[in-house]
Design a protein around this ligand. Structure first.
Ligand code: FAD
Length: 644
């Protein structure tokens, strides 16, 4: 039997980004003893990098805004594939979550009359993003951390122990969710520094691990985004929803190569920045799709007037949803009108005085100055699409955030699917984290308290199997020589990233996706031989070897679902099926593990390890449909849905 540290908690939250921290606060406030685990340092979650702001219909800058308009924008952005109940709850609850942050100490930028200021962003009809310059995520995490410390101080006063009811385990990676029969019984993981294994026993586990960007070569995501939570859920028996929808943010840095993919926030365009081709032309006017024609300006003059008088002019096309802008940039570069390093130009220097740029976009100013030696107050930036966000994720119940099919498992934040449909609007992630992080914590605590008397049993055999799986990279050289020589995890990772970038990237074609699936099959077999040297104390090669399992699982889900969906919608663009097809509007694609025992060894290198199923989405509630004009619905909804 493997010797591991074991502790008992009521709720374990995997991930300490915005979703994880908000879940942990809620669970603890509802009386659950709550542990939070994070792979990186506490405070260094991806949420910290969020720049533009939190979308919430507070109506501070334009009183016309309300939750119904926000709901409409979110559904339009997601091309009506959103889990509509999530979009409804999100739009209704986001303002409360922002005000709550303020009561916990967040310092947002203000309007002239002292209210929380809100900025424009792509796809949002009104200025809606509450922000702190372009460092909103940092303030959000700082505030949530501060709240956690306050709760720990409260616990200390009562119990003499700061961590009696809320404890953070930092630099610890979870590799398996443990189960007692069908239901969750805890998690297995290792400490990154010492390599020691641990088990946290708990009836309820909230997964809040963020995204999958590190499966792609050009990405705005940092090293932790290896799809761990998606894979943990799959391995525990929970399906993933609509994994074909991956958002390529239109504006990542393209030069120098060392910084390729780093994000250039959408606030640059929200605050007046414009996109130009190599000849200086504002090309976005050529790319306004029919479904958006009546909402976007037809001329530069009208677009520019909108910044001063939004009630009597239409929006600039630079503020179309991200999928549209990313495709437009891709098309311009392909047509030979790109910038010297394969992007296009994003210009604020001719649109705002230097001091305004430095005040409103301080991080962008420093990012370009320090990383590319470009002064954005004097010259344009070069930008191009970068893999940014995954709309697909763990299939959850809209109200409770419970993962489908596994009692005791919950999911919130980027790792959960459904909320954003086929494409997320900027700013809607931070509000999603707060709204559904809270809901996940609340329902996990409720679920755990209902089972206090009969805690699930942790099975020693599962701990042994999880430990053996984690140790496998150390024995790759001696084990199973018939399979071939050991493989370098870094080489495997590079090949995976290149495959996903080139064959399942922003524009997809059937033969290429089939080729990707073949390559993934080959990589999967080779990844079983991923070998590392040395020992378990802080060994990044070993960590990557373990992360590979997750990235390969998730990449196969993306490729299989992308091949299956023969239409283009949101973050899924098929060159061979270029139009959005109304017949696909109500179809969800669910990925599940082919081997339901969660073992990966038996999977077929050709057929793969993922089984795909179609399901019909729940019809959108009539009072929500009534928020749209009939002519608009005709563009999205299938014939029978309109009839109903
Ligand atoms: P994260 O914040 O990524 O947290 C994930 C946590 O899980 C981390 O603590 C990580 O260590 C932990 N973890 C992962 N795997 C494991 C494991 N196996 N075991 C233990 N712990 C694990 N959205 C907006 O709405 N507005 C914006 O302005 C905005 N700007 C952005 C700018 C950038 C550069 C980027 C990259 C994204 C931006 N986004 C923005 C998107 C948004 O920031 C993310 O979608 C969101 O922060 C995800 O939050 P999360 O809580 O789901 O995950």
């Amino acid at each position: 039997m493997t010797m591991v540290d074991r502790q008992e908690w009521d709720v374990v939250v995997v991930g300490a980004g915005g979703a994880g921290l908000r879940a942990a606060i809620e669970a603890r406030e509802r009386g659950a003893r709550t542990a939070v685990i994070c792979k990186s340092l506490f405070g260094k979650a991806h949420t910290v990098m969020a720049e533009g702001g939190i979308a919430a219909a507070m109506g501070n800058v334009n009183a016309g805004d309300n939750w119904q308009v926000h709901f409409r924008d979110t559904m339009r952005g997601g091309k009506f594939l959103n889990q509509w109940r999530m979009a409804e709850l999100h739009a209704q609850e986001a303002p409360q979550r922002v005000w709550e942050l303020e009561t916990w100490g967040a310092l947002f930028d203000r309007t002239k009359d002292g209210r929380i200021s809100q900025r424009n962003f792509g796809g949002h009809e009104y200025p809606r993003l509450a922000h702190v310059g372009d460092r909103t995520g940092l303030e959000l995490i700082r505030t949530l951390q501060q709240k956690i410390v306050a709760l720990q101080q409260e616990d200390f006063r009562e119990t003499g122990d700061y961590e009696a009811r809320l404890k953070v385990f930092q630099e610890c990676t979870v590799t398996r969710v443990l189960k007692d029969g069908e239901r969750v019984s805890g998690v297995f993981g290792y400490e990154r520094e010492s390599g020691r294994f641990f088990v946290l026993e708990a009836p309820a586990v909230v997964i809040a691990t963020g995204g999958i960007g590190k499966s792609f070569k050009v990405t705005s995501n940092s090293w932790e985004y290896t799809g761990d939570g998606h894979a943990l859920a799959l391995l525990a028996g929970a399906p993933l929803l609509n994994m074909e929808f991956v958002q390529f943010h239109p504006t990542g840095m393209v030069w120098p190569p060392s910084v390729k993919g780093i994000l250039v926030t959408e606030s640059v365009r929200g605050d007046g920045g414009v996109l130009r081709d190599s000849g200086g032309r504002r090309f976005m006017f050529d790319y306004v799709p029919d479904v958006f024609k009546d909402k976007y300006a037809e001329s530069e003059e009208e677009a520019d007037r909108w910044y001063e008088d939004p009630d009597h002019n239409r929006r600039p096309p630079e503020l179309l949803p991200r999928d549209e802008v990313a495709r437009a940039i891709n098309a311009e570069v392909k047509a030979g009108r790109g910038s010297p390093h394969g992007g296009v130009f994003l210009d604020v220097s001719t649109r705002m005085p230097a001091e305004v740029i430095k005040r409103r976009l301080p991080s962008m100013y420093h990012q370009f100055k320090e990383l590319a030696d470009v002064d954005i107050t004097a010259e344009p930036m070069e930008v191009g699409p970068t893999c940014h966000y995954v709309m697909g994720g763990i299939a959850v119940d809209s109200d409770s955030a419970a993962a489908r099919g596994v009692p005791g498992l919950f999911a919130a934040g980027e790792v959960a699917g459904g909320m954003h449909g086929s494409n997320r609007l900027g700013g809607n992630s931070l509000s999603d984290l707060l709204v559904f992080g809270r809901r996940a914590g609340w329902h996990a605590a409720e679920y755990a308290s209902g089972r206090a008397a009969a805690r699930p049993r942790v099975d020693d055999a599962q701990i042994d199997a999880a430990a053996a799986e984690a140790l496998r990279p150390f024995s790759a050289e001696s084990g199973e020589p018939a399979e071939g020589p050991p493989e370098n995890p870094y080489t495997l990772h590079q090949e995976l990233q290149q495959t996903m970038n080139d064959l399942v990237g922003i524009i997809r074609r059937e033969p290429e996706m089939k080729q990707a699936l073949e390559k993934l099959g080959e990589l999967r077999v080779r990844a079983r031989r991923a070998g590392v040297e040395g020992h378990r104390q802080f060994n990044p090669g070993w960590h990557l070897a373990l992360d590979l399992r997750n990235m390969l699982l998730v990449s196969e889900c993306v490729a299989r679902a992308a091949l299956e969906r023969t239409e283009s919608r949101g973050g899924h663009t098929r060159e061979d099926h270029a139009a959005m097809d109304r017949a696909w509007r109500n179809v969800n694609l669910l990925c599940a593990l082919t081997d339901p025992t969660g073992g990966l060894a038996a999977t077929d290198p050709v057929r793969g390890q993922i089984t795909l199923a179609r399901e019909t989405t729940e019809p959108i509630r009539p009072d929500l449909l009534a928020l749209f004009e009939k002519e608009e619905l005709v563009k999205y909804l299938a014939e029978e849905e309109l009839y109903e």
